[in-house]
Ligand binder design. Structure first.
Ligand SMILES: Nc1nc2c(ncn2[C@@H]2O[C@H](COP(=O)(O)OP(=O)(O)OP(=O)(O)O)[C@@H](O)[C@H]2O)c(=O)[nH]1
Ligand SMILES: C[S@@+](CC[C@H](N)C(=O)[O-])C[C@H]1O[C@@H](n2cnc3c(N)ncnc32)[C@H](O)[C@@H]1O
Ligand code: SF4
Ligand code: SF4
Length: 316
């Protein structure tokens, strides 16, 4: 059974964001509460389940798979997962908070990981500690250096907040020094975290003197970012779910660690693949994937949504 992966709005759905765990060793204030509960281990897909599911996504025509979380590096079978994905898809990408990158980068590269997006909200250790509620900046910076030094393609992700706004030019300089792209992300209202402290990306453009940024067309990563180049050639991207939605060109589904397939990041509704995966019923899994594609909305109302789960649970 192979069908077109186009939805009813003509969007080609071929990019899977797979949250392999909802756990995290940080508690970024915009993502999850300080005290939170995680799924019991017994609810998670096992390595064999993942092998089965990844093969099906490939068979029905998905082109790219990005591992995310929670924090994907907390999963003890991460190297095996990377190896399965890279053998099946020919490549594997991951989004991480970078805290375990220094110790894992080499083995991850050997397992087939070539692309890593690292969240970096500050290069001031106190601010970093405050935003992540406990993260150690030095570990993350060393992880970024290590990943670059062994030849991984690294991009930085910075969520725009009042806490790091004044640091943004410095963060761009930091990316320039490393010779890698940096993307600024509009903070989305997750769970009880309302958008009182929201800063639109326009303010960042102003801060960076909009005229020095030249828009560029790039397919870098296939994600939702729009890119510019600074006069020094540094690539600066913006992911603007709130002020300028990119739903028209959305190409993705998100898959959670407990086997739920979410048609959209902005809503809780999902299709569960878990039962069919556990009992290895591939036709049923495929039918459910097509079903999730047919449920994708054309646009979201992020500011009004009632979603209660954090991005970690859904597969941020
Ligand atoms: N609203 C919305 N936000 C998204 C979507 N995809 C990614 N994001 C957000 O974009 C930010 C960065 O995502 P990454 O995990 O680095 O991945 P990406 O930018 O999609 O991936 P590449 O372009 O492949 O590098 C995260 O905050 C995501 O939650 C999407 O489809 N919709
Ligand atoms: C949920 S995290 C999972 C991967 C990994 N733990 C990390 O932080 O990179 C994926 C991305 O979502 C972003 N993110 C989390 N909460 C967000 C929010 N409320 N608004 C916008 N982006 C958010 C993070 O900054 C990160 O770049
Ligand atoms: S953004 Fe990533 S690192 Fe921060 S709490 Fe969420 S999952 Fe953890
Ligand atoms: S909000 Fe939903 S439809 Fe819009 S880009 Fe994100 S995942 Fe796609």
């Amino acid at each position: 059974m192979k069908r077109e992966l186009k939805d009813e709005f003509g969007r080609n759905i071929s990019y899977l964001r797979f949250s392999i765990t909802d756990r995290c060793n940080f508690r970024c204030f915009y993502c999850m509460p300080e005290s939170t509960s995680f799924l019991p281990e017994s609810e998670l897909l096992t390595l064999d389940d993942i092998r089965f599911a990844v093969q099906i996504f490939k068979e029905i025509g998905f082109k790219k798979l990005r591992l995310t979380g929670g924090e994907p590096t907390l999963r003890s079978d991460l190297l095996e997962i990377v190896s399965i994905v890279s053998k099946t898809f020919g490549s594997c990408a991951m989004t991480t908070n970078g805290s375990k990158l220094k110790e894992l980068a080499f083995e991850l590269y050997s397992a087939g990981l070539r692309e890593v997006n690292v969240s970096l909200d500050s290069i001031d250790s106190e601010t970093f500690f405050w935003i992540t509620r406990g993260g150690k900046l030095k570990e993350v910076l060393e992880g970024i250096d290590k990943a670059i030094s062994i030849g991984m393609k690294v991009k930085l992700n910075t969520v725009i907040t009042q806490e790091n706004f004044s640091e943004i030019p410095e963060l761009v300089q930091y990316a320039a020094k490393l010779g890698i792209p940096i993307r600024f992300i509009e903070k989305m209202p997750i769970g009880k975290n309302n958008n009182r402290h929201f800063i639109p990306h326009k303010k960042v453009l102003e801060l960076l003197h909009e005229n020095d940024l030249i828009p560029i067309e790039t397919r870098m990563g296939n994600g939702p970012a729009r890119y510019y180049k600074t006069s020094r050639g540094t690539v600066v991207g913006f992911i603007t779910a709130i002020t300028h939605n990119f739903c028209n060109s959305c190409n993705r589904l998100r898959f959670s660690a407990d086997g739920k397939l979410f048609p959209c990041l902005a809503y809780d509704y999902h299709v569960s693949l878990k039962g069919a995966i556990k009992s290895r019923r591939s036709d049923e899994v495929k039918r459910n994937i097509y079903n999730a594609i047919s449920l994708k909305p054309l646009r979201h109302e992020l500011l009004n949504r009632t979603q209660s789960n954090g991005m970690n649970r859904m597969g941020g």
